[in-house]
Design a protein around this ligand. Structure first.
Ligand SMILES: Nc1nc2c(ncn2[C@@H]2O[C@H](COP(=O)(O)OP(=O)(O)OP(=O)(O)O)[C@@H](O)[C@H]2O)c(=O)[nH]1
Ligand SMILES: [Mg+2]
Length: 408
């Protein structure tokens, strides 16, 4: 079967399926990458095409938007009348309808608009949060980024700071923003140390909601909502501390949380594995919701894929912003007395797994869950606080109920 026929069948099969998880522009970036991989693996089983899920999500909604016959099939009508071929004269009436062109349209649109992705790093002071942010920007995701000089020594973070870089790959642009937060745990009393972080997350939802409820909405609402929060667990080798339990519990209710073991180079391989198992156990015992949330798996295939991620979490990471020569190549690594720990080498630590989860495999899913679950919960609760019926953009902006402190 040729690739285009396969795509056609694939598209035809998927246009019938309904979905709510659609963000076309972002999705297309993902599709483009998968297409390239697809080209190099033509013998792969069709069911395993990685873009399948994404296509299933997009094709239905997209075809409804762009086709003048959208929804006809759902209403029991033929998609196009024989002999009245409005889409393209001279084509077979029951054969080729040109749906695959949607992919090109989506691709073009994505190239034009680009997309945003926001990550936040949270954890106790001195665990290497700022260092990991630099590692992320210096690692191979951002070779072509507009990164500024990151070689200065990393100072202690004293306030929430957002760092954005535009990462460009094959004409596609992604604005990656990382929110670096001051570490907590320095105080004798750490009660409520999560408040500044929780408030920040909530403020971003609030900002988005304000933009959404005005009558004259912007065509594209700037998205500063946190799509993923990386929580740094100290490498104690024991169990989760009560403070970490409390903090993650709260975070998990409002944002996608991905826990990592910080400075994992300080643990032996056995200690690392044991610690990971204990943390997983603790997460279940304390009912902490972390990404990918089991209850949000949509089908057995997704459960299978997500189980593989869940088995690896928390990722044992090592951070650095220094490069070293290893076998004639420059690598990001930490130089120790005994050798260099290469942070992008999977045999040394799991930084690459974390980066792949965030940027390669689950970026769209993280954005979807933020939009459809976390933001939606916030939005419903906020709108129920008072009946919001803005009459003009101005009144919406000055709506008193939005000024009020939320319980969220
Ligand atoms: N051994 C080891 N040290 C690390 C690692 N990552 C960072 N460090 C070191 O830990 C120290 C603190 O790093 P930061 O990145 O400033 O930590 P932080 O979490 O941002 O600290 P605050 O801003 O105070 O919250 C620095 O000396 C880093 O070089 C790591 O993976 N392993
Ligand atoms: Mg810092």
């Amino acid at each position: 079967m040729t690739r285009s026929t396969r795509d056609m069948e694939f598209m035809l099969a998927t246009v019938r399926r309904d979905t709510r998880r659609v963000q076309e522009a972002h999705l297309v970036c993902y599709l483009q990458r998968q297409d390239e991989e697809w080209e190099s693996q033509t013998c792969q089983d069709e069911i395993q095409h990685p873009s399948m899920r994404a296509l299933e999500a997009s094709s239905s909604a997209k075809s409804r938007l762009e086709s003048p016959w959208a929804g006809m099939e759902d209403r029991g009508l033929p998609a196009a009348e024989p002999g009245a071929d409005r889409a393209g004269e001279g084509r077979e009436p029951f054969g080729y309808v040109g749906i695959e062109a949607v992919l090109d349209q989506m691709r073009r649109k994505a190239l034009k608009t680009g997309f945003e992705f926001n990550i936040m790093v949270v954890g106790q002071s001195g665990l290497g949060k700022s260092t990991l942010v630099n590692t992320l920007f210096k690692s191979k995701i951002s070779w072509k980024s507009t990164a500024t000089d990151l070689d200065e020594r990393i100072p202690k973070t004293v306030e929430l700071k957002s760092i954005s870089h535009v990462i460009e790959e094959k004409g596609l642009k992604m604005k990656l923003t990382v929110i670096d937060t001051p570490g907590f745990g320095d105080q004798i009393n750490n009660q409520h140390c999560w408040e500044p972080i929780m408030n920040y997350i909530q403020e971003q939802y609030e900002k988005y909601l304000r933009e959404e409820i005005v009558i004259n909405r912007k065509r594209r609402i700037p998205d500063s909502r946190i799509h993923c929060c990386i929580y740094f667990v100290p490498p104690t080798g024991h169990w989760l501390r009560p403070l970490d339990v409390e903090f993650m519990k709260r975070l998990g209710k409002v944002v996608n949380v991905v826990p990592v073991i910080a400075k994992s180079d300080t643990l032996t391989l056995e200690e690392r594995e044991e610690f990971k198992a204990r943390i997983r156990q603790d997460l279940v015992t304390h009912e902490i919701s972390i990404y990918p949330q089991r209850e949000l798996d949509e089908d057995p295939e997704e459960t299978m894929l997500n189980d593989q991620i869940r088995e690896k979490i928390p990722f044992a990471v090592v951070g650095t912003d220094q490069e070293h020569q290893v076998n004639g190549k420059l690598v990001l690594g930490r130089k120790t007395k005994w050798g260099i720990i290469e942070v992008e080498n999977e045999a040394h630590c799991e930084f690459a797994h974390l980066r792949d989860l965030l940027i390669r495999s689950n970026l769209q899913d993280l954005k979807d869950i933020t939009q459809n679950i976390h933001y939606e919960n916030f939005r419903i609760q906020r709108l129920m606080e008072r009946d919001l019926q803005p009459r003009s953009p101005e009144s919406a902006m000055q709506c008193p109920s939005l000024e009020k402190e939320s319980n969220f």
